[in-house]
Ligand binder design. Sequence first.
Ligand code: 9Z3
Length: 318
Amino acid sequence: MTTAWEEFYAKTPKPSNLDENEKLLNQFIAFHAKENKKVVLVTSGGTTVPLEHNTVRFVDNFSAGSRGSISAENFLQRDYAVIFMYRIKSLEPFSRHFVGSRLLDMLELTTTNDTPSVSVTPQYVNKISDILKKYKDSLNQNMLLSISFTTLSEYLWLLRSACQALTVLENRAMLYLAAAVSDFYIPSNEMASFLPLLLATHKIPSDEPPSVHLQLVPKVLEPLVKLWVPKAFVISFKLETDESILISKARGALRKYSHSLVIANMLQNRREQVVIVSKDNQETLSLTSKQLQNGEEIEKYIVDYVVEKHKDWIDTKL
Ligand code: 9Z3
């Protein structure tokens, strides 16, 4: 019998740039396998579910990409090579520091003998040079590979390819699945080319609102842990808005998929508190209001914690 996830991949066309991304993934991972480095796959941002093939309308999952992009910077700091798999236009490591800043206000233009030159406004030099150095170092040392997705199906195809590429690293691979992934989708063969066509084919009068039939997204964490990267250290995230069910949901996921950790967070206070749940423990990490005011980011503490757990876990496998 075929499983729901097998059916999903059988019925959903693969993205046109998947082969190209697989090549990048294999090259990056082969490079770090030779260097004996640890590699983390960080997923970040929300997936979209298109309502029609020639997409004008879609359903989106909320995520700014802060958790993923800040964590990616912290993993680099801890000497992990990072595959940053992110939703296009969500926050990215390093450039995130300038989102909301006016780029043109940070630059100065001077013209000498009709030759223009552009420089950084003095008040921004320290901030930009500091971040620019870290960014350039990570690229020059081949420590950061960024690959992007938009739709749920792009995400699921890319995730499977990334996992398959990571298997060579065995337990030196970590998965940090922070992306906000849709629970529902419309199968490709049920999507119309354009919604008005859907109305016509279903003989719905055009002044009536269309009803869209959504299906459950297969839970790929199951094959991911059991088949795709069985030796990797896998961390998933659980997002809730009701605190009373947060930990039981996280524990439920851990029981069901038997992976390493679940990081449970509430939408409302995700920037200041998370609970890291493992099979026989749970640890709350939180920032005080003073730390928040000082611009501290909880991801530093999350990454420090999971890096130590990954190290202990590798030691138990020796
Ligand atoms: C998270 O819970 C992330 O921490 C956030 C980060 C999406 C809240 P931001 O990008 O937010 O900093 O704005 N991600 C996982 C959410 C998710 O889709 N979990 C699913 C679930 O809870 C699948 S494991 O069932």
